[in-house]
Design a protein. Sequence first.
Length: 499
Amino acid sequence: MAFTRASGILLHPTSLPSRYGIGDLGQAAYGFVDFLVETKQQLWQILPLGPTGHGNSPYMCYSAMAGNPLLISLDELAEQGLLEKADLVEVPEFSAERVEYHKVIPHKLELLKKAAQKFQVKEPQEFQEFCQAQAFWLEDYSLFMALKDANQGASWTDWDRAIAKREPEALDLWRTKLADAIFLQKFFQFEFCRQWFALKAYANERQIQIIGDMPIYVAHDSADVWAFPENFMVDPETLLPSQMAGVPPDYFSETGQLWGNPTYNWEELEETQFDWWLKRIKTSLSYVDQIRIDHFRGFESYWAVPEGEETAMNGQWVEAPGVPLFERVEEVLGKLPFLAEDLGIITPEVEALRDKFGFPGMKILQFAFGSDHRNPYLPFNCDRNFVIYTGTHDNDTTVGWYSKANDYEKQRLIDFVGGVAPESVHWAMIRLALSSVATLSIVPLQDLLGLGSEARMNTPGLAEGNWEWRFDAAMLNPTVCHQFRTLTELYGRATHQWP
């Protein structure tokens, strides 16, 4: 897909300002779109939108197709008459800088349930039509989440054997028994979609495209694996992954990374002409305009670790059917607006797969200054068909990175930009990203605001404390707005600068 020269900001909706402890799809989200318009941006990149589980990671969701109910705006529910204004007067004292999930979740779910009860009395035709249109994933997901609640949050492999193995009689029994809980989950998804699609339309009408994020793997404890175990490498007896995903030992970890997700049963998926993947991608493309594919290299070959291993050391590379998959998706859905996360040690075969379909790759400026002029992340080594970032959600902020960089890296950056003051290092990196020949340029909001490591979104390998950062609306002040807009226009990335 041909992209026009453009730039934008990386910000997950949970980071938006809100008096309810977590960013949502209410007025602050519309205000952020207005900020993008004012600074002449064309892109808003987000993280996966799915319902998160333990650890709150958007990369380990209970569904590859559902939305996160925590993003539903309570103010919007009150505007619809599904909550009383009085319901929103007394709000716990939430942090304005971090999402305190342990406080946010019970408070918000109580109000969402109250809204659902009021909604159930009316149950409009629009809701019934939504349930019918999305039945291919909504039915299994709603039952899965209702069962999970009924089992005190236990993984589906620990449920009663009959329902874990989806025996028809057990499915019928539990659908009847949990009818109200199933309705609740369907309402959550209906309202999430209603609010999300209204926000997306508002952005699109203002020439803002939304870049979503699609993890290559899904969580083992998810509706997808429970409903379609044949699509995954799952042991039919234990129901646990018979083959797990990860990456091999490297410079960063002598034991590699064992993610625990089941790998795909590609043989089964090919026999069905990749039907599950087609539905997943089609659903994702209804939520967003472009999709960043996380761990893209896994579509060429993936690191497979046998069941029972505690590290990723004893895995092996297994070839994946990336070419037939993407050919099939293009055949059904047309030219694909995909961006390939091709970071790390990438082979010529992975690059060939990326280039065969014309997917833009990624360049990260924080990786650019640790070696000589041959470093592939330096802007002058970047081709047009790439997205260049100052950093990503997995990196430290630019200010945090610079404070920890060694003398060589600091000197390389200083030489490259002709001098830089520590307090303006983020603007130096933003200027490098925007001036690059790369067609697309994305800046995490933390870098635009010049924030330090305290604003980092995720530290890979750290189990707690991730995905919590939030900003204050006052940070998007006229000075930041003017400087970002000026650089965006200067380097030809502004809205309407290109035909």
